[in-house]
Design a protein around this ligand. Structure first.
Ligand SMILES: Nc1ncnc2c1ncn2[C@@H]1O[C@H](COP(=O)(O)OP(=O)(O)OP(=O)(O)O)[C@@H](O)[C@H]1O
Ligand SMILES: [Mg+2]
Length: 223
């Protein structure tokens, strides 16, 4: 299988006044297309920093990141934004839904900028709403949904443009065990259907045990 993510000697530091924090040190990593990969490790080990780089939300200080074979370090900020919009979906611990629009409208949101005709948008959203088991709640505002339902909305929103890669940062941290299991299953199944690659930062053993592969980070180094 071709690597969708390829990191070579990637490092990233943060500077707080005089102090330098080396969040990632010489990371080498290849993730194959279609993989369901976990990034595990204690708090502060660099999981979110790694996801932010892989999600093109931030740039490495040194090293090379190739996404689907493209050398991202050579791209402008505008090109990175375009690539992120077209190829990557995001799921966060705190769901990050827009509170004033419905579940279905949250899921539709990424399609609004694509020029897809309204009727096709509605069909696409309705199919995915059904797929993630939200049909009875499609017109509810996020604050009328449970945590698990909100995360289903976030998963559907992340998948609506059929991205190559979904980046999920602690997607089950705010969920009880039964709900977390359902959410993990849903990510698995939807990912398999669409051929999506998942990169998931997690403390959650329930999640790690369901992934194809777990990479363990400690103090910015892959073990
Ligand atoms: N914006 C920032 N400015 C300064 N230091 C930061 C920043 N973001 C992260 N760090 C530091 O970089 C290191 C790695 O942080 P990161 O958030 O990647 O860890 P994490 O594994 O995601 O932790 P958690 O499990 O708590 O989410 C930590 O020492 C953290 O304090
Ligand atoms: Mg984190």
């Amino acid at each position: 299988m071709a690597a969708i993510i390829n990191l070579e000697q990637v490092s990233k530091s943060y500077h707080l006044g005089e102090t330098r924090v080396d969040a990632l040190i010489d990371i080498n990593l290849a993730i194959s297309a279609g993989e369901f990969a976990a990034i595990a490790g204690p708090s502060g080990s660099g999981k979110s920093t790694l996801l932010n780089l892989c999600g093109l939300l931030d740039r490495p200080d040194s090293g090379e990141y190739r996404l689907e074979g493209r050398r991202t370090t050579e791209l402008s900020a505008a090109q990175l934004t375009e690539l992120r919009r077209e190829r990557i979906g995001f799921i966060f611990q705190s769901f990050n839904l827009v509170p004033v629009i419905s579940a279905a409208e949250n899921i539709e949101y990424p399609l609004l900028l694509t020029g897809m005709p309204a009727a096709e948008r509605r069909r696409t959203v309705a199919a995915l709403v059904e797929r993630v088991g939200l049909a009875p709640y499609a017109h509810h505002l996020p604050d009328r949904l449970s945590g698990g339902q909100r995360q289903r909305v976030a998963i559907a929103r992340a998948l609506i443009k059929r991205p190559a890669l979904v980046i999920a940062d602690e997607p089950t941290a705010n969920l009880d065990t039964e709900t977390a299991t359902q959410v993990i299953d849903l990510m698995h199944e939807a990912g398999r259907e669409q051929g999506t690659t998942f990169l998931i930062a997690t403390h959650d053993e329930r999640m790690v045990s369901r992934c194809h592969r777990a990479l363990h980070l400690t103090d910015g180094v892959i073990q």
